[in-house]
Design a binder for this molecule. Structure first.
Ligand code: NAD
Length: 252
């Protein structure tokens, strides 16, 4: 039983900010060799300010490029990926629009990064995990994967629910190969531009209402999500798969 990840190969998507950055840094601090990716080169470079973190700029909606990245990681590491964190996502600039006014392109774009990207990365990483006879896949869903979202963005809620479905299905499929698949469902964390804008949009009274609905009466930090990811990746979670862990300070 240990939180020492020395020698382990970790891949983290959406690592330029927020949760992804905290997750990459945590694993690196605990000794893992971390391969971090994002579409944002500036934020990613900041995250990679640790000797254990290797960065690669990538648009995760580019399927062939995703496959090439996973192959590159395995080649550079000389081993398969042991821990995969599918974190990239978000509302990518979209806000609530009535369904009849929502452009199909917005629906497609939000599903592509929140659902398809995780599927594509996992699809590419699983053969190596199967060869190794072990793997940990951690999907970042959302409170919006368990109930309607305050964002009102239909595609976001749909995608985050689907991430939980995919997590449960893959846990069944991959369990016989020694691979666990779990999801984290964060509440609202103003730790990246999208959620910061959402938080600021509430104004002081709206923010107070949100806080009053949180049992611990404070907002969480990105590191709270990183710690949950460490748990799922660690020996502590050896017998845990297909599960969803809400990390939200006890939100109602
Ligand atoms: N922060 C919150 O309140 C909150 C709550 C619940 C769930 N989440 C989820 O947690 C994850 C991380 O969110 P966050 O708030 O830390 O940051 P975020 O929402 O800003 O996005 C994470 C990263 O994904 C990257 N990304 C977007 N499109 C991409 C693409 N096509 N290719 C590669 N990378 C791309 C972004 O550049 C960004 O660095 C997301 O999946 C988000 O939906 C966040």
């Amino acid at each position: 039983m240990s939180l020492d990840f020395t020698g382990q190969i970790v891949a983290v998507t959406g690592a330029a900010t927020g949760f992804g950055r905290a997750i990459a840094r945590r694993f690196a601090q605990h000794g893992a060799r971390v391969f971090a990716t994002d579409i944002d080169p500036t934020g990613l470079a900041e995250t990679a300010d640790h000797p254990n973190i290797t960065q690669h700029v990538l648009d995760l909606t580019d399927r062939p490029a995703v496959g090439a990245w996973i192959a590159q990681v395995e080649h550079a590491a000389g081993a398969s990926i042991g821990i995969l964190v599918n974190n990239a996502g978000g509302v990518i600039g979209r806000t609530m629009q009535p369904i009849e006014d929502t452009p199909f392109g917005d629906w497609d774009a939000v599903l592509r990064i929140n659902l398809d990207a995780g599927f594509t990365v996992t699809r590419a990483a699983v053969p190596g995990m199967k060869r190794a006879g072990r793997g940990r896949i951690i999907n970042i869903s959302s409170g919006a994967g368990l109930k309607a979202s305050r964002t009102g963005v239909q595609a976001y809620t749909s995608a985050k629910h689907a991430v939980i479905g995919l997590t449960r299905q893959l846990a069944q499929e991959l369990g016989p190969f020694g691979i666990t698949v779990n999801a984290i469902a964060p509440g609202l964390f103003p730790v990246a531009p999208g959620p910061i804008a959402q938080w600021e949009g509430y104004g002081p009274e709206g923010q107070q209402r949100v806080l009053d609905g949180i049992a611990l009466r404070r907002m969480g930090s990105a590191d709270d999500i990183a710690k949950a990811a460490l748990f799922f990746a660690s020996d502590l979670a050896d017998y845990v798969t297909g599960q969803v862990l809400p990390v939200n300070g006890g939100s109602s």
